[in-house]
Design a protein around this ligand. Structure first.
Ligand code: MG
Length: 388
């Protein structure tokens, strides 16, 4: 039934929803710029993100499986493209600002350090020893505000307020007490729906992609997934009825695409219903909680899939070995530069006059790709080489 409703709603949808963020209401850029003759402000932001170094480096950053597993598994760049694609579909269906949504999707992981979550945790632990933290959303903001050096007239990418706000707020709410530097982003207000959506499309993308790559890597088997993920089992039954003689891999693919479609359709319909009472974006921003989300049944399926991946994939002995190796590599490289700041590149050494050394070292490491930090570790820290 849901599918038919969605198709009917799609046929009916005309123009932007009342709660969409209107581009002409953008608060603009930190350094004012003349409008472009034919590109809108969020379109320019999207283009700037794509042309940034941090974006290109995503190609060499782990999503879940390190590069050497296989060339066709997701890395953080292809994951980002999948999130952007799903986000654009959902935004268009909801009558949201598709360009703002797409920009936020493309930017959502640019603050990620090397080696996925292992790298992030290792960096955060290293920072905690100095009474500080590493947070990839806050790091992304510093990248687009400061670290990218592309333009003669300003530092960073000079993105619009709404894109910077979305980078900060898309996946969590910060309090003024924990992040006083974020005061300008009005932490008591929710982000627009365009940003709220990203948290969900990100999760739909990685849950399904991780299942796909894990099956391909033979870390998870079809019977194991069927037994542990009810939604997938139901889809597999449908597929079996339709294509009883199809090879297993194709039945897996057919079931997985139905799982993605189920979650995306539910996200669109549940969010549309939840957003309906809001007359404009300001009302939606003042609401006490987030409006984007899934219905109860889909959310149960999402939680079951997530729990299954945690129990059977993310803690798989083979990935755990990779995780330990990555953590040790990040920790040792961090310690190396803390003890020998003169080994930092000159531009980073300069920053130590304004920032504590641990922050400078953290920024340096967070920008590295997997291959760069691995080579650096191998060349500069031979005595402490991590045993493989
Ligand atoms: Mg992501």
């Amino acid at each position: 039934m849901r599918r038919e409703e969605a198709i009917a709603a799609a046929a009916e949808s005309r123009g932007p929803a009342p709660y969409a963020f209107p581009t002409q209401r953008s608060r603009g850029r930190r350094y004012p710029e003349a409008p472009h003759p034919y590109r809108g402000e969020f379109q320019r932001d999207r283009d700037r993100v794509i042309h940034s170094r941090a974006f290109r480096r995503l190609e060499n950053k782990t999503q879940v499986f390190p590069q050497r597993y296989s060339d066709h598994f997701r890395n953080r760049l292809t994951h980002t493209l999948e999130v952007a694609q799903i986000s654009r579909t959902a935004a268009r269906q909801l009558g949201l600002n598709a360009e703002l949504t797409e920009t936020l999707a493309l930017a959502h992981d640019i603050g990620h350090p090397p080696f996925g979550h292992s790298g992030e945790q290792a960096l955060d632990r290293a920072m905690q020893d100095h009474g500080a933290h590493f947070d990839h959303n806050l790091h992304a903001l510093r990248i687009v505000e400061t670290f990218e050096q592309r333009y003669a007239e300003f530092p960073g990418l000079n993105l619009t307020f709404e894109v910077r706000e979305g980078i900060v707020k898309h996946s969590r709410d910060y309090t003024a007490a924990e992040a006083p530097e974020l005061a300008e982003y009005e932490l008591d207000l929710r982000p627009p729906l365009e940003a709220q959506l990203i948290d969900w499309t990100d999760e739909i993308s990685y849950n399904s992609a991780d299942l796909d790559d894990a099956y391909e890597a033979r870390l998870l088997s079809l019977p194991q997934i069927r037994a542990g993920v009810d939604l997938f089992a139901g889809m597999l039954d449908q597929v079996h009825d339709l294509y009883p003689h199809a090879p297993e891999k194709l039945r897996f693919n057919e079931a997985l695409r139905r799982v993605i479609d189920y979650f995306v359709t539910d996200l669109i319909e549940t969010t549309r219903a939840a957003a309906a009472p809001f007359g404009d974006v300001d009302e939606l921003r003042r609401h006490g909680g987030r409006v984007a989300g899934m219905g109860a049944e889909a959310d149960r399926a999402r939680r079951q899939l997530k729990a299954f991946l945690h129990a059977n994939l993310y803690n798989h002995p083979q990935l755990r070995r990779e995780k330990e190796r990555a953590e040790a590599l990040v920790e040792e490289t961090f310690r190396f530069f803390m003890e020998r700041p003169s080994q930092l590149p000159h531009s980073y050494q300069e920053q130590t006059s304004r920032l504590p050394l641990h922050r400078v070292v953290c920024d340096y490491l967070a920008g590295m790709t997997d291959t760069y930090i691995a080579e650096l570790h191998r060349d500069m820290i031979p005595a402490r080489r991590v045993a493989r």
